[in-house]
Design a binder for this molecule. Structure first.
Ligand code: C2O
Ligand code: CU
Length: 525
């Protein structure tokens, strides 16, 4: 299927930016191949992965930065207002489609699973970058196989800049450092294990009963694999930028760390090993109004957060380590299955160790103001008095929202919204129909827009677990993804602008998404 020619884009109502501008002009043209590859990740055998490879056909050289050695895709860099054309070429043995996570684009450009293309096919994307400066990303979105394809290696960053951000003089070049965090399981032959790897070592997967080792090295196997396929895949090996984590030398200067949690299911609670407070400068939807100080930050799957880190705060030669800290209320496969994961959700682990250089500290200054973020005005929502409720539900071994799982072309009356209006939505994680009473965190993501978080509340029963994460929730600023902890209700304010059509909202824990925790919403004129 070929969509999104300039003509079609015009009829889809792409915003026209300045009358004098040739609306057909393409600033950046990228050919993006999704293809099998082999990468040397560990000593021994190379790892077979699927990965994105980009070719810049037109545009500034900085518009596409090849991945630095691991399996991750290239970094796409764009300025707000630029017109992009991206041709996806599917060289995988199965169908796929790419979603630009966090971007405000027409529904035909958003990578909905209904647009998935088969092996050997191409899909043309064309859109104007219309997001705030920030860290976005792209990944596959075919229905039922997003988890598998992301796990195989398909993901890349999409970084947007604008004039406002440029004027701040934030750390740039090598001091603008993206860290894409993921978890994986490797088999003895250095190959990724996803849900037991249906095509590998079938004999070894037999005979594992309810007590099988879930989420660990031997996650494979009938019941265990089926459970992980619903509850989520947790890896014991942390990967950074598609590679094994390695010590990173830094100068005694300020850095901008762009953190993306591209794990399938694992939630991160990020903090410094020596408890140095964090300075948060951006969320998933770009810069905050002003930097915030936090002892730690929660980063659920799919979400991004940016830190301003001044390594002059540490003595020369010291080795501060960014860690994921322990928290309660994570996915508890052990409790479900009577087995033990080798690295449980909510367990502590190192993410990235730095070594601070020996030079004299350079006095970099964190700007006191970063951007303008209007306070949310929930009273402007058309349903201010009665927020729409989206209950995360579990039926007969199927996830759902309000009891309904994914329906490719369907959206209910509740899921129909009017263009140009704002609505209040409430995600409820009360554990309706939860198996064995187990409630787990979810990472709710809405396509096509950025929303604001209006309020949260948590049930008394889960208050204890919640206390281990709540000070790390950054609700300020703009978001496309929000962590909803067990027993929690989160209210968000959404504005449906510019584009009508069918968009997704779902849990970004990819095994949840693939097994029903995804629905459409429809924007009507
Ligand atoms: Cu990043 Cu629908 O997902
Ligand atoms: Cu979920």
């Amino acid at each position: 299927m070929l969509l999104g020619s300039a003509g079609a884009a015009a009829t889809l109502g792409l915003p026209v930016l300045g009358a004098s501008r040739d609306s057909q002009q393409i600033d950046t043209h990228i050919e993006l191949h999704a293809e099998p590859a082999q990468v040397q990740l560990r000593s021994g055998a190379a790892t077979r992965v699927w990965r994105f490879r980009g070719e810049l056909l037109r545009g500034e050289p900085g518009a596409l930065e090849a991945s630095a050695g691991g399996y991750l895709g290239p970094i796409i860099r764009a300025r707000r207002g630029q017109r992009l054309r991206i041709d996806l070429v599917n060289s995988l043995p199965e169908s796929t489609i790419v979603h630009w996570h966090g971007l405000h684009v027409p529904d035909t450009m958003d990578g909905h699973p209904r647009f998935a293309i088969g092996p050997g096919e191409r899909y043309r994307y064309e859109f104007i970058v219309d997001n705030r400066a920030g860290s976005y990303w792209f990944h596959p979105h075919p229905h039922g196989r997003t988890g598998k394809q992301v796990y195989a290696g398909l993901a890349g960053l999409f970084l947007i800049s604008d004039n406002e951000e440029a004027a701040l003089g934030l750390p740039a070049g090598t001091r603008d450092l993206p860290l894409v965090i993921q978890d994986r399981n490797f088999d003895a032959d250095n190959q990724f294990i996803y849900l037991g790897g249906a095509d590998r070592e079938p004999a070894r997967r037999g005979g594992m009963g309810m007590g099988g080792m879930m989420g660990g090295r031997m996650m494979g196997g009938g019941m265990g694999s089926m459970m992980a396929g619903m509850m989520g895949v947790l890896g014991e090996q942390i990967m950074v930028n598609g590679s094994m984590p390695a010590l990173r030398e830094v100068d005694r200067r300020a850095y901008r760390l762009r953190l993306l949690n591209a794990s399938n299911t694992r939630t991160l609670k990020l903090g410094w090993s020596d408890q140095t407070p964090l300075r948060v400068i951006a969320t998933g939807g770009g810069l905050l109004a002003a930097p915030l100080r936090r002892d730690y930050v929660m980063l659920p799957p799919g979400d991004r957060i940016e830190l301003w880190v001044d390594f002059a705060d540490w003595a020369p030669g010291s080795e501060p380590t960014l860690r994921s800290l322990a928290f309660d209320g994570g996915i508890d496969m052990g409790r479900m299955m009577g087995g033990a994961s080798s690295l449980a959700d909510g367990a502590a682990f190192d993410v990235q160790r730095f070594r601070v250089g020996a030079e004299t500290a350079h006095a970099d200054k964190l700007p006191a103001r970063l951007s303008t973020v209007a306070a949310p005005q929930p009273r402007q929502a058309v349903n201010f008095g009665s927020p729409k409720v989206f209950d995360i539900t579990m039926g007969m071994m199927v996830w759902g929202i309000n009891g309904a799982s994914f329906d490719m072309l369907g959206a209910s009356a509740l899921e129909t919204v009017k263009l140009g209006t704002q609505e209040l939505w409430e995600f409820r994680n009360d554990g309706r129909g939860a198996m064995m009473g187990m409630v787990m965190p979810h990472s709710m993501h809405v396509h096509g827009l950025q929303f604001q978080v209006v309020s949260r509340s948590v049930s008394r029963r889960h208050a204890g677990d919640y206390a281990t994460v709540e000070h790390g929730l950054v609700d300020e600023g703009w978001h496309d993804t929000v962590l909803v902890m067990p027993g929690e209700r989160v209210r968000i304010l959404l504005r449906f602008e510019d584009y009508t059509g069918l968009f997704l909202y779902h849990c970004h824990m990819l095994e949840h998404e693939d097994t029903g925790l995804m629905r459409n919403y429809r924007v009507v004129a």
